[in-house]
Write a protein that binds this ligand. Structure first.
Ligand code: ADP
Length: 489
């Protein structure tokens, strides 16, 4: 029997057990699709205190000591399975540094402690892979938290270990970066001479610090990102987040592979959290979700209201200021309603809360993370707003379309690759070019006008719901990427 290629996803998040954003969705769903293609794909994440390991069938399989600086930390490795997909999962436990608190909590130790947390995780994941029953051919790494594992892999090779193992680094979002001091790097086993590294990876504000993402982009065997358009955009200033020059040195190699979604988990015809299950053939059942959404959120129960849904992290990237301006304009007049679910920056929370107080029957704001309510909003809203400043791929618009909510999106990154404007062939949403209120508002007004044209809207919904955003297509591109990576010297 042919030997299966072993892929180990090392990640800070994995859906549904440790999720902050879309990265978790990808790590939670792509491995299962790779297994269907004949890979032996597994996942490793920190064993955060919030993970109910017992429910995942976790069993301790190894104990190691992991050195960081002068100290050796006891690490336990548990083997478990991801819920639903059954993908094998390794949970790495270290009680003082790794497992405590929320995923990206900086706690009292600030950013330095967060950096240490994930450098430690990378080191423990790499070292434990040499002790357990799974020696990966490829470490698949995700964003700055696990990117440094590729530097550690290079170092191991210099020591004659893991000579055949390769690394693939996926950029989910370049804007999240983190810095480590040269001292901390040495503690992590990555002794680095300052004048031996490219000046492009040294912090501009403090020359004692190195940019972990930047440096890893130079070390990974293969780098890719999560949509073809973002893969083109990242070489330019507005999108490169200061890493454009470094990325250009790898230009030939950065592939753009569109993310998929887990179509079993996001399936309106079977979704237990919906008031009324539906599919494209039974779309007449969908309004039951709108009615229910209005009821549970305290919005005025009105069939013909134009309900705008938003499920998001509240930050600048997501264009929240454009949504705020649109609400200010639309709430006082007519029958527009807004169902907003999101957590993030305080300034946005305060502004949305203030508006909600003025218009409680037209604006509902749930300031939390709530995957069940998210599904109710996808299924009960008429349109889904995503006016992002930049968007590496975006999963929320894909989920919205699957649930028949028509996306209104800025024409950028993965939004460009997945949403065609209503008047184009395969139109299934509304797009606008400039990141300005005027552009966004024009799109929103057009959508609102066309919403009352039943036939046109029905066509949009059918095309949105029928679009195939499953992983089956994209997983084949990863298959090719892994093959190329393994062939390269
Ligand atoms: P990003 O990764 O930049 O946050 P994506 O659109 O790629 O954006 O993915 C966001 C994912 O997180 C989607 O699955 C979305 O439903 C989910 N999500 C975002 N905010 C919330 C929230 N407050 N409650 C529940 N789910 C959320």
């Amino acid at each position: 029997m042919e030997k299966k290629t072993k892929i180990l996803f090392a990640s800070s998040e994995v859906s549904p057990i440790a999720k902050v954003g879309g990265l978790a969705d990808v790590v939670g769903s792509l491995p299962a699709e790779l297994i269907k293609l004949g890979f032996d794909a597994r996942v490793t994440v920190p064993k955060y205190d919030s993970i109910r390991a017992g429910e995942l069938g976790a069993e301790k399989i190894a104990e190691i000591g992991c050195r960081f600086g002068p100290d050796i930390y006891p690490v336990a490795v548990y083997k478990a399975r991801l819920p639903i997909s059954n993908v094998p999962l390794y949970l790495i436990e270290e009680k003082s540094l790794l497992s405590k608190g929320p995923i990206y909590s900086t706690g009292r130790g600030g950013r330095n402690l967060l950096t240490k947390k994930f450098l430690f995780f990378c080191k423990a994941a790499l070292e434990s892979s040499e002790k357990i029953d799974f020696a990966p051919d490829i470490f698949h790494l995700h964003d700055w938290p696990t990117a440094p594992l590729c530097m550690m892999l290079q170092k191991a090779k210099k020591e004659g270990r893991l000579l055949e193992t390769k690394s693939v680094l996926t950029i989910h979002n370049l804007n999240n970066q983190n810095f480590a001091s040269f001292k901390m790097l040495a503690e992590a086993g990555l002794e680095t001479e300052k004048n031996a590294v490219s000046p492009a990876v040294i912090s501009r504000t403090n020359p004692e610090y190195l940019n972990l993402f930047a440096s890893s982009l130079l070390s990974a065997d293969t780098v890719n990102t999560v949509s073809p358009t973002y893969a083109r955009e990242i070489y330019t200033r507005p999108f490169g987040a200061g890493l454009e020059k470094i990325l250009k040195t790898r230009k030939q190699k950065v592939a753009g592979i569109l993310n998929g979604i887990d179509t079993k988990y996001f399936d309106p015809s079977r979704d237990e959290f919906l008031a009324a299950k539906f599919d494209v053939k039974n779309i007449s059942r969908r309004p039951g979700n709108k009615k229910n959404l209005q009821k549970i959120l305290g919005l005025k129960e009105n069939k013909s209201a134009f309900v705008c849904g938003v499920v998001t992290r509240l930050n600048e990237q997501k264009g929240i200021e454009l949504v705020l301006e649109a609400m200010k304009k639309l709430l006082p007049e007519g029958d527009c309603q807004f169902a907003i679910l999101g957590s993030g920056e305080d300034k946005y929370r305060e502004m949305i809360s203030a508006l909600q107080k003025r218009h409680p029957k037209k604006l509902s704001f749930s300031n939390r993370y709530d995957s069940h309510l998210a599904k109710k909003i996808y299924a009960g809203s008429d349109v889904f707003l995503m006016p992002s400043k930049f968007e590496p791929c975006g999963l929320a618009q894909l989920i919205a379309m699957r649930y028949g909510s028509i996306p209104i999106v800025r024409d950028t990154g993965g939004l460009h690759d997945t949403v065609a404007n209503y008047d184009e062939k395969n139109g299934r949403g509304f797009t606008f070019k400039n990141f300005t209120f005027e552009s966004f508002y024009k799109s929103l007004k057009t959508a609102r006008r066309l919403f009352y044209s039943r036939k046109l809207w029905g066509g949009l919904q059918a095309r949105a719901m029928k679009a195939d955003f499953s992983w089956s297509r994209s997983a084949k591109f990863y298959q090719r990427l892994y093959r190329q990576t393994l062939l390269e010297k």
